[in-house]
Design a protein. Sequence first.
Length: 634
Amino acid sequence: MFLRKFWISLVLTIPIVFFSFREVIGSNWILLVLGSVVFFYGGWVFLAGAYRELRGRLPGMMTLIAIAVSAAYLFSVFQVFRAGMTLFWELATLITIMLLGHWLEMRAVAGARGALKELAKLLPDTADVLRDGKIVNIPLGELAVGDVVIVKPGAKVPADGEIIEGRSELNESMVSGESKPVDKAVGEKVIAGTINGDGGLKVRVGQIGEHTFLAGVMRLVAEAQASKSRLQMLSDRAAFILTIVAIASGLITFAAWIFADAGIVVATERLVAVLVIACPHALGLAVPLVASISTTMAARNGLLVKQRLSLEAARKIGVVLFDKTGTLTKGEFGVDQIIPAPGFVADKVLTFAASVNSRSEHPIAQAILRDAQSKSIKILEPTDFQRIAGQGSRAKIEGKEVFVGSDILVSKLNLEFEPEHHEQVKLLEKQGKTVVHLIADNKVAGSIALADQIREESREAIRLLKNYGLKIAMITGDAEDVAKWVASELGIDEYFARVLPDQKSEKVKVLQNRGLKVAMVGDGVNDAPALTQADLGIAIGAGTNVAIESAGIILVKNDPRDIPKIIHLSNLTYRKMIQNLFWATGYNLIALPLAAGILASKGIILQPAIAAVLMSASTVIVAFNAVLLRKQRL
């Protein structure tokens, strides 16, 4: 609409400029007709906008433009009947340039705020569904929970659900920011809009419509884009004040030129120029556009921003407080260390222990078995398997009687450790690790230490956060020994051990009472009070649940390395906002006095059309500078 109005106004402006500088019979009447068309056709959008602003008691950019063009038009109409000098060419060029500036700005805004449309495009239009043993292609809107859909190689997943047949790698980059395909098999969840790899899948639909993960992301992006940061509130207030200042300056300028006997034509020109140059359009656009782009960038990188204030708070964080289990650690047992007894090797100890435990469902047994399988160790067939309640298990492996169990089992069998072996076991137990022992041929053949495994991603995340000068703290319900070991392994500055879920928020307050801004990182469930208490709550590993109310930012992936990205994006966003505020207000300090005519005695006069060019240019610069944020990598 703005582009169409621009072209028509431009075509009409050419003859208006021509007749304004040519003495032609009836030229003023020609200018009245053409100028009226430009004013009512091209300028009506500004008049309507001013009406909405005044009705809402928030005078702003549209109000200033409307006053400027109305003053120029009404004065020119009055001059036509007096056969005096008109301002029709200034009026026409002003409206035309303003229309072009608005179109350029709205193009930038539309591109920046297209996140929701882009997300919606991730979904396919149709789905292949199994109905009565046949594959039927149906519109996506007809899909129901419980339907079984066929996802062909290279196709998009039509709805959230669970794989019931097949195996494939899925590209989840559009929802997680992770470019590496994710391996998926039977029993695992898939997300609507993700792209299937080479394998065919059968998926049972679990969520449709507004309940899907993608819909949740769209909802959060929309909420974040609707919310305001402190800087945006400041710029809104500044834009309102600038509007009042502009109107007052315009009236003072008009009165000053009249008082100086410059004539009503010159006074009106200065009034129009002042009102146009002071339009707070760029100021009103400076912060919201950057915030909109940063919210979109966050979503594309698997960071779901619920409130812009949360993203703004990230740059001021002094300490990051991690919940240990499931955040810094995997939340499940894993083999940490193998101590073979003299005469045995680690692989043999693991082979025998895994073979005995291959028949057990105990978490420790399963952890040992997983470790052996990950190392491609051959599992031997156990016979005469027996579970020994509270102590361990036994079986025959290659004709040998083999036991795997605790210290109690070792004592019950009247066996003893070698002194050096025993010292190593005690040291591991002091670190809070669970140690089980392998007994073969009535000897202690070795010991296996298990612990909640530290994630390698945690080490990198903490290193990156420390590069930002942040302190790292940890909170856990585990014993002091476990907490101390994890903290020393990861280089954590401070830890809180034996903390119950309802006590976590108190530990956040402890850090805040030291004058520190705290970012709390947890799973968003039992950490909810602490996430709410913290200056910035980050829910990690949200999976398909995007409705965690206690966190300000939700991470799609269960990856602590995304937390430094939040800090980086917060810094980038703030820097861009400050740059835009400078561009939006800086030019006013120079241009406003020029528009008022402060240097008129030196022959320097800022015409209304030039004022419109400068105002539009500042708006376009602000929009372009904001769009440059997209080029940044997190």
